[in-house]
Write a protein that binds this ligand. Structure first.
Ligand code: NAD
Length: 332
């Protein structure tokens, strides 16, 4: 049996997901939720979604009565994640929400509570936890293959920013590239060390395009300190392309570049080049989630709501540090 997925928000990533999920063994795209009637029509035709499975943002709650749908996958601007996750939970559907999970840790807590209260599962779309090169970085770090990790450098940026887009709007995005891309760097620092940061320092970068970046940062650099003494330095930016992950441990180093994008990934360590298959990350993610839901198993730890909440706690601390110029401690 395959589980039915309703995609909420039919933008760029939803389009990618809809296409990639065709290769999933346990999930299929069966319903859509959009505010644009013409998209309901064109996507409906392209993906064979019957009219009864096409919803808008107003009548979305009726999805409760639709047995075709098991999972609601929210791929909307960040500020809309909380509302739709809670509405999906109340409709008794499992919830997958894209990164960043929400705008702040308090919102994440509300989402987790709604899912718990309605007895449905919650996952964050952290696709890299299914990607072999990133899994290898995690293994090399957490299993201390080269000894304890001392330094991580994790940076991600794309030259981006278009007038009018929601990512430049503080209300809809919650922040700039730190929300959109920095969350991957925080994740990487955390999954390579296997630890949660206890303090951060941060600096906003220069604003090169003032007409676009008046509400959210264009670049930000930050440092995370971990309980073991490891440190992670990151820059995320809309002003340049960068996509790399580097870890230095007591007896060696390991790195990926490209590291965080959709690949193809490349990696090497003190022992030589890495050689793993380049996979369909979205199908792998949906297979893993679909299989565990079918087997009635709890959500995988590394993509759970708690993980999304932890990353939001770090993001909150990074902004606080950048605004104040002070080191900010994080209590867990
Ligand atoms: P997008 O702009 O391409 O799509 C957003 C969709 O939301 C559009 O269909 C738009 O019509 C709809 N929408 C509804 N209300 C809106 C409003 N008030 N303003 C703007 N759009 C509105 O964005 P995207 O790149 O698909 O990103 C959507 C979410 O997916 C974000 O949370 C983003 O971080 C996440 N994402 C994840 C990945 C990944 O690799 N996991 C990649 C890209 C995006």
């Amino acid at each position: 049996r395959k589980l039915g997925v309703a995609l909420v928000g039919l933008g760029r990533y939803a389009e990618y997901m809809a296409y990639q999920v065709k290769e999933s063994q346990y999930c299929e795209f069966r319903a859509l939720v959009t505010g644009t009637p013409s998209k309901a029509e064109s996507w409906g035709k392209e993906y064979n979604i019957p009219e009864k499975n096409r919803y808008n943002y107003t009548n979305f709650d009726q999805i409760k009565d639709n047995p075709d749908v098991d999972i609601v996958y929210i791929i909307l601007p960040n500020a809309m994640h909380k509302e739709f996750a809670i509405r999906a939970a109340k409709a008794k559907k499992h919830v997958i929400v894209e990164k960043p999970m929400a705008l702040n840790p308090a919102e994440c807590e509300e989402m987790m509570k709604a899912c718990k209260d309605n007895n449905v599962q919650l996952a964050v779309g952290y696709r890299l936890h299914f990607e072999p090169y990133n899994l290898e970085m995690k293994r090399l770090g957490q299993e201390k293959v080269f000894g304890s990790v001392r330094i991580v450098e994790a940076s991600l940026g794309y030259f981006s920013g278009q007038a009018g887009e929601w990512r430049l709007n503080k209300k809809l995005a919650g922040g700039g590239p730190l929300m959109n891309l920095g969350v991957y760097c925080i994740q990487a620092g955390r999954y390579i060390t296997g630890e949660d940061p206890v303090a951060v320092t941060a600096q906003f970068g220069p604003v090169l395009r003032k007409e676009l970046f008046s509400e959210v940062e264009e670049s930000i650099t930050w440092q995370m300190e971990f309980p073991s003494g490891a440190i992670c330095t990151s820059t995320t930016t809309c002003a340049a392309g960068i996509d790399r992950l580097y870890a230095s441990a007591e007896q060696g180093h390991f790195e990926l570049s490209p590291a965080i994008s959709y690949g193809p990934f490349r990696g090497r360590s003190t022992k030589g080049e890495m050689d793993f298959p380049q996979i369909n990350q979205q199908a792998a993610q949906m297979n893993a989630i679909g299989k565990l839901l079918l087997d009635n198993q709890p959500m995988l730890d590394h993509i759970s709501g708690i993980e999304g909440w932890k990353d939001m706690k770090v993001i909150e601390a990074v902004y606080k540090a950048a605004r104040s110029g002070n080191k900010v401690g994080i209590k867990w």
